[in-house]
Design a binder for this molecule. Structure first.
Ligand code: 2IT
Length: 447
């Protein structure tokens, strides 16, 4: 494999699909050396096959808003790679959703799912629907219209979507309800992130953030350090930031910033339980404004419009909202402010220049596909529970999640340890995830 040749071909074939091209380049650059030691990969054209999805469904979603007006959106499902299991990955509802975004997310998902060691293939989907300002009834009608189109292509042994940005428990509920009505069967494993009581798993809502903090704790301990008193900045205030804040506080750390599209909310004394609970209220309101937190807790929080979390001094920075949210200049500001660790909880949260700057400064950098894998891992555990018609206790789920994150961390160390003893977590995650998929593809023949 020659990365530059492959990338030149992909750029010609998929011009302007910048997020997709960025995600592919990063993985290929970090696996190139090892790949070229495996003639069986080259013979089976593993890379050429892996970079293109198995298939993409693209469809019109039509629904009626509260004013009685017809609305038209575009929906997608990218079924990327099924070497390790049925397609698995979230759905993103956001006005900027397009094919490039979902291809990058689907591509990342393949290796993330591989790292969990569960039998999960990679996929992603969503729509350019903007939940901001929508009523609950409008969200229900949109979810129903989306599933009306997609339902034949999902199922527990085919493809199992879950939530992502803009899709949480409420949306999964509406989608599962419509799926069940159309499929005429209670195939609970067709969607994950369901509510507890009708197939959902305890700890799934918290899992991405909990898993991320288990991983971050390893990064910190690797340096002989502890989580106690560490100042953490998060971005966003969605499901991921909520789970991460909950676990960070439990581990003795202090969350000193969250953010929104409108600006940053600084919390100098650290986030409280009441504030963490209020994040859920803010999400349910569909307003998408972090200023609401500062208005609710005046004196404890300070809102600044137009600023990002990365302007706030911290020990650990955790992008937890959207791709490319940490730019090179943000990384430089964090470094100047003495950041000790950076761990992405969002998918591809950092721009390539930011990762380079952080790594060049000798600061450990944890990539999203390893750090945030606890979410999809717990979706995998939800499917296990659905298959055996049983609900595990919260302790059982958390114990499994913790063990999976410990193993992901160990794989990153094994594949990412450099000659000088430090760890390149990006390379470790990509290589560990990639090898398992490549070996499965070789074993399953040219398909
Ligand atoms: O990015 C992700 O891993 C997710 N949005 C969760 C996917 C899943 O199937 O639980």
């Amino acid at each position: 494999m020659k990365v530059n040749e492959i990338m030149a071909n992909l750029e010609a074939k998929h011009p302007g699909e910048n997020e997709y091209l960025q995600a592919v380049r990063e993985v290929l650059e970090t696996v190139e050396e090892e790949y070229n030691k495996h003639p069986e990969y080259e013979a089976a054209k593993i890379v050429e096959r892996l970079v293109e999805p198995d298939r993409i469904f693209k469809f019109r979603v039509v629904w009626v808003d509260d004013k009685g007006q017809t609305q038209v959106n575009l929906g997608y499902r990218v079924q990327y790679n099924a070497a390790l299991g049925a397609y698995k990955g979230g759905l993103r509802f956001h006005p900027k959703v397009n094919e490039s975004m979902l291809k990058f997310l689907g591509f990342e998902q393949i290796f993330k799912n591989s790292l969990t060691m569960l039998p999960l293939g990679g996929g992603k989907g969503g729509a350019d629907f903007d939940p901001v300002g929508k009523s609950d009834a409008e969200i229900m009608r949109f979810c129903q219209a989306f599933v009306y189109e997609l339902w034949r292509n999902i199922g527990p042994d085919q493809d199992s979507p879950a939530g992502d940005v803009g899709v949480g428990g409420r949306e999964i509920g509406y989608m599962y309800g419509m799926y069940k009505k159309l499929a005429r069967e209670h195939s609970t494993g067709a969607l994950t992130g369901k509510s507890y009581g009708w197939g959902g798993s305890l700890i799934r809502p918290e899992a991405t953030g909990f898993g991320a903090m288990y991983y971050v704790k390893h990064m910190v301990e690797e340096k002989g350090d502890t989580m106690q008193g560490k100042k953490i900045t998060l971005s966003g205030f969605g499901n991921v930031a909520w789970g991460a804040a909950t676990k960070a506080v439990e581990l003795g750390a202090k969350v000193v910033a969250i953010s929104g599209p409108d600006g940053v909310c600084e919390i100098p004394d650290g986030i409280t339980k009441e504030m963490i609970d209020y994040m859920l209220v803010m999400r349910a309101s569909n307003r998408n404004k972090v200023q609401d937190m500062a208005d609710k807790f005046p004196g404890q929080c300070k809102f600044t419009a137009g600023k990002k979390s990365w302007s706030v001094k911290c020990d650990i920075a955790c992008p937890s909202a959207f791709q490319n949210e940490l730019a090179e200049e943000d990384a430089k500001q964090l470094i100047a402010n003495g950041v000790k660790y950076v761990a992405e909880i969002s998918n591809m949260g950092s721009q390539p220049g930011a990762i380079k700057a952080i790594q060049a400064a000798g600061i450990p950098f944890g990539p999203g596909k390893a750090v945030n894998a606890g979410g999809v891992a717990t979706s995998g555990l939800e499917i296990c529970q659905n298959a055996e018609h049983r609900n595990w206790t919260a302790e059982e789920v958390d114990k499994n999640l913790h063990a999976i994150m410990d193993n992901i961390y160990a794989q990153c160390v094994k594949y990412g340890r450099k000659a000088d003893g430090t760890i390149d977590y990006v390379k470790g995650a990509n290589l560990a995830g990639f090898m398992r998929v490549a070996d499965a593809m070789v074993a399953q023949g040219i398909i």
